[in-house]
Design a protein around this ligand. Structure first.
Ligand code: BEZ
Ligand code: FE
Length: 301
C-alpha cells in the first residue's frame, strides 16, 4: 500500500500518538471505570479531530465561545445542549443503540421535549382536539407484536403539534390544556381509533446558537409533520415512536434524524359531503416481546 503520509502529516501522526501515549500514562493509575474510559476515549477523538481540522487559536476560541453560548441558552425551560445533541444526530444514535428493535418491529425514536406523562385517559374514538382548530383527522390502528399476535389492552399515549406546528405546552395560554394529547387502551383485538386534527410540521428554535449555526450551514431546523406514540403492553418493550406524514415537503431533512422508512404513513385526504377536507390515517404498530434475542441483531436501522 502507498504511504499516503506527507512529512507534515507524519509529524502530526507522531504528535497525536505522543499525546495519546501521555494520556494513557496519565490515566493508567486511575480505576478502570466507565467514566475514565469515556474521558480517555473522548480526549483521543478530540485529538484526532484537532489534528485533522488544524484549527487556529482564534478558531478554537470561536468554538469555546459557541459552547459557552449554548450553556447561556440553557435553563430549566430550555435545553440548548439537548438541541445540539439532537441536530448532530447524537440523540438518535443513543436512542437506537439503547433500544434496538428486530426486523418487523416498529423502530423506536426519541420522545422529545413535549411529551407529558399525565395526559388523560380517553375512550376509544374520542376527539383529541379541544379547540376544534384544523382539518379533521381520523386515526385507526392495530397494536401487535413481532410474532403476529394482537396485543389487547395495550396502552397507547398520543401527542402531536397543532395545525401550525405548536404543542399545547408551548402555548399554555393559547391552547387548552391537554389539547392534542390522550391515552387510550386498545380493544380486545388490539385495535384503537381516535379523532384529531392534522398536525403541521415545525421548526426547532432558531433564535439560539444551535439554530444560528444550522442556519449558517443552510440547514434550517425543520421537522416534518408527525404524531408521537408511546405504546406499552405487559411482557413487551415499550415503544416510543413518531409516525410521519410521507407527503410533507421536509420529509427528507428532519432536523433530528427521526425519519425512518417504516415510520412514513399516508394521511389520505378525503372530501366530506359538505366539501370540507379531512384525512384518514391507518397504522400498524408492532412491539417486540421483552428480552427477545433479535433485538440485539439490529443490522440496518
Ligand atoms: C419532537 O418531535 O417533539 C421533538 C423531538 C426532539 C427534539 C425536539 C422536538
Ligand atoms: Fe414532535
Amino acid at each position: 500500500m502507498d504511504d499516503y503520509r506527507t512529512p507534515s502529516a507524519d509529524a502530526l501522526f507522531t504528535s497525536v500518538n505522543g499525546l495519546e501515549a501521555e494520556l494513557e500514562h496519565r490515566f493508567s493509575t486511575v480505576l478502570a471505570t466507565r467514566l475514565a474510559n469515556a474521558v480517555i476515549t473522548i480526549a483521543r477523538h478530540l485529538h484526532l479531530v484537532t489534528a485533522e481540522l488544524r484549527p487556529s487559536t482564534e478558531e478554537l476560541h470561536h468554538v469555546i465561545d459557541f459552547l459557552t453560548d449554548v450553556g447561556h441558552h440553557t435553563d430549566h425551560k430550555r435545553q440548548e445542549w439537548v438541541l445540539l445533541a439532537d441536530v448532530l444526530g447524537v440523540s438518535a444514535l443513543v436512542e437506537g443503540l439503547n433500544n434496538p428493535r428486530p426486523q418487523g418491529a416498529t423502530p423506536n425514536t426519541v420522545a422529545g421535549p413535549f411529551y407529558r406523562a399525565d395526559a388523560p385517559e380517553l375512550s376509544l374514538g374520542a376527539d383529541l382536539s379541544r379547540d376544534g382548530k384544523g382539518e379533521r383527522l381520523h386515526v385507526s390502528g392495530q397494536i401487535s407484536n413481532t410474532l403476529g399476535h394482537a396485543l389487547p389492552g395495550a396502552v397507547i399515549e398520543v401527542w402531536h403539534a397543532n395545525a401550525v406546528g405548536l404543542y399545547e405546552n408551548q402555548q399554555p395560554h393559547r391552547q387548552p390544556e391537554f389539547n392534542l394529547r390522550g391515552r387510550f387502551r386498545a380493544d380486545a383485538k388490539g385495535q384503537f381509533s381516535f379523532l384529531s386534527v392534522k398536525p403541521g410540521g415545525y421548526f426547532l428554535p432558531l433564535d439560539g446558537p444551535v439554530g444560528r449555526l444550522m442556519q449558517a450551514l443552510d440547514c434550517p431546523l425543520e421537522r416534518p409533520a408527525h404524531i408521537h406514540f408511546r405504546v406499552a403492553a405487559p411482557a413487551h418493550e415499550t415503544l416510543t415512536t413518531h409516525v410521519f406524514d410521507r407527503a410533507d415537503a421536509a420529509i427528507g431533512r428532519d432536523a433530528i434524524f427521526g425519519v425512518k422508512p417504516e415510520l412514513l404513513a399516508d394521511f389520505r385526504a378525503i372530501r366530506t359531503p359538505s366539501g370540507a377536507q379531512e384525512h384518514l390515517l391507518d397504522l400498524k404498530l408492532v412491539l417486540c416481546p421483552s428480552g427477545q434475542p433479535g433485538s440485539e441483531t439490529m443490522g440496518g436501522k
